[in-house]
Ligand binder design. Structure first.
Ligand code: ISL
Length: 602
């Protein structure tokens, strides 16, 4: 397999444990539930599970607030259940990638409990403690800035990033909720403790780490050692991100982690840096292989393209050319240095793409899910499938406030009024973009509670589960599930035509076609050939026989395209030939898939 890292052939499947499968009837998914459902993932063909946090946690942010990194929360099981999951997954050639949440801990983690116990505790400096600017006046962050906070920064989850500690009369920093205090990575003891914990998990047999908001761990301090204010945000707080996104010591910290953790073990582990706000330029530095920082970034530019003036809860329609160009820019930008990207539409923080940018109506749901999947998987990078995506689950779209569970959504409710949002706009915003849209139980079958639990699920089910579920699609070659199987298989081919397709999909150069078209998404992936080796050139830099052409209609209406004008005569001829050769029964062209709306042919 040439010099290729194993994960270039992989598709990652994300499991959000609380909502995947419940084995004990308490209404909350658990580790044993995942083990019981592993054959579904093996059938899909994925070889990596990214497991969202299942560690011991007060569950303020559904486990992204960890109080013991080396234990499993009783809600989800115990370490023995985790060992069983690792072993059973390995038996199916599936590796488990852990979610590494080390920008912050829970405020109930013993490190923080010690740190807050007194100003001279040895762990005081493990977190960011600061004096008030003026005397603290009893002001709660929900009331807006008091002026006493060390900076004006607003948190990701509403309110100030600073919480007041009455006992020691200082503020501590929390970029996320007040139960998620930020660790101070400047302190080498913190870094050593994190490295030791990571090695402990590698010894247990995990396949790597997805590193939560890892590019926020290095904070920028001024010459006097102070954190500084940022420009105003619509909610009245300051935007501190220039002070903590891709901070000054980021690359040093990641290179050190690589040396201290991964170099200590034989084999190659998958490292994914979740990097909100990262630029292409920084992402090149994170992922250029010779720098040995992380294998790939997981970035957010494309999923921010429909955020409106008041942010994510105030969405605006997507302009397709913006999305296509955004993908193209990342494709070219990272390829230049051999860097690598994660390809995703969905995760536990995003609304479901089928409802967001696709068409979840009964008429178009299947075609739309297949089209979106095809477009994504034919880009260069490692594709991610978020649980339920493989069956075309839509948004939950709850229209009543008491259906929501996520703290980000609940905290926003108070902000909305202050920003002058009407109740109708608030409910519409939540229904369209709340993180809870993707956090409802996976629909396994049409039995009560979709086969997810025998108890009462912790959050409502996504409407339509009676027909949109795994059992209904098993064995149906026309299903979204069958289509996703083919997409995952695309990267696995080793010989002949299938091997060629895999090589093209993994390594091919990327060229966006018809960039301004508002409904058509078309691109060509071409394997670079040695000088003098090129035979036919079909235009747009593609070489016949060594390229994959994708042509997709991203709208819900039939699309009439002047192919020659949009793609050039050479490629237009290939599209016509592909349609002519299309077998309506199994809907394939050559080894590659034709969704009703998307064509991909060699
Ligand atoms: O969810 C978001 C916006 O709706 C993002 O800003 C998100 O907070 C950001 O991508 C970081 O996400 C990660 O860290 C958070 C956690 O709440 C998310 O679930 C996790 O994916 C804090 O640990």
């Amino acid at each position: 397999d040439r010099e290729r890292p194993w994960w270039h052939r992989s598709t990652v499947y994300q499991v959000y444990p609380r909502s995947f499968a419940d084995s004990d009837g308490d209404g909350i998914g658990d580790i044993a539930g995942i083990t019981q459902r592993l054959d579904h993932l093996a059938d899909l063909g994925v070889d990596v599970i990214w497991l969202s946090p299942a560690y011991r946690s007060p569950q303020d942010d559904n486990g992204y607030d960890i109080s013991d990194y080396q234990d499993i929360d009783p809600l989800f099981g115990d370490l023995a259940a985790m060992d069983t999951l690792i072993a059973e997954a390995a038996a199916r050639d599936i590796g488990i990638v852990m979610d590494l949440v080390v920008n912050h801990t829970s405020d109930e983690h013993p490190w923080f409990v010690e740190s807050r116990s007194s100003r001279d505790n040895p762990k005081r400096d493990w977190y960011w403690w600061r004096d008030p600017v003026a005397g603290y006046d009893g002001h709660e962050p929900g009331e807006g800035p008091s002026g006493a906070e060390p900076t004006n920064w607003g948190s990701f989850f509403s309110g100030s990033t600073w919480a007041w500690d009455e006992a020691t009369q200082q503020y501590y920093l929390h970029l996320f909720s007040r139960k998620q205090p930020d660790l101070n990575w400047e302190n080498p003891e913190v870094r050593r403790a994190v490295h030791a914990m990571m090695r402990w998990w590698l010894e247990r047999g995990v396949a790597g780490f997805r590193m939560d908001v890892i590019n926020l761990i290095s904070k920028r301090v001024d010459a006097a050692g102070a954190l500084t204010d940022g420009p105003a945000r619509p909610d009245g707080w300051g935007d501190g991100s220039p002070q903590y996104v891709d901070g000054p010591r980021m690359h040093e910290f990641l290179a050190e982690m690589h040396r201290e953790v991964f170099d200590a073990f034989p084999g190659t582990y998958l490292t994914v840096g979740e990097t909100p706000g990262v630029t292409v330029k920084e992402a090149r530095r994170y992922t250029a292989p010779e720098r040995r920082e992380v294998d790939m970034v997981f970035q957010f530019e494309h999923v921010g393209l429909d955020h409106g003036p008041l942010g994510k809860f105030d969405p605006k329609p997507l302009h397709l050319p913006d999305l296509k160009r955004n993908f193209a820019r990342w494709q070219k930008g990272l390829a230049k240095v051999g860097g690598w990207n994660s390809l995703y539409w969905n995760n536990h923080d995003q609304p479901r793409v089928l409802s967001r940018w696709g068409d979840d109506s009964a008429e178009h749901r299947v075609a739309s899910a297949k089209t979106l999947g095809t477009v994504l998987h034919l880009h260069r990078g490692t594709p991610y499938v978020y649980q339920g995506e493989e069956i075309g689950m839509p948004n939950a779209g709850f229209t009543s406030l008491d259906s929501y569970r996520d703290l980000e959504s609940l905290n926003f409710v108070a902000d909305a009024a202050r920003m002058g949002m009407t109740d109708d706009a608030l409910i519409a915003g939540l229904a369209a973009t709340s993180r809870d849209n993707a956090r409802t139980p996976v629909a396994w079958d049409s039995s009560p509670n979709a086969g997810f639990t025998t108890g009462t699920p912790w959050i409502g089910l996504t409407p339509g589960w009676e027909s949109v579920n795994v059992a209904a699609q098993a064995g149906d070659p026309g299903s979204v599930l069958a289509h996703y199987r083919r997409l995952v298989a695309l990267r696995k081919g080793r010989a002949g035509r299938e091997g060629l397709v895999a090589d093209i999909v993994i390594d091919g150069d990327f060229e966006l076609l018809a960039p301004d078209h508002e409904r058509l998404w078309a691109f060509v992936r071409t394997l670079p050939v040695a000088e003098g080796d090129a035979d036919a050139d079909g235009g747009a830099g593609e070489v016949a026989g060594r390229s994959v052409l994708l042509v997709a209609n991203l709208s819900s209406q039939p699309l009439d395209v002047d192919l020659a004008a949009e793609l050039g005569e050479g490629l237009a001829g290939r599209v016509r030939a592909a349609f002519a050769a299309r077998d309506e029964d199994d809907a394939t062209v050559g080894p590659v898939v034709v969704a009703s709306h998307a064509v991909a042919g060699v």
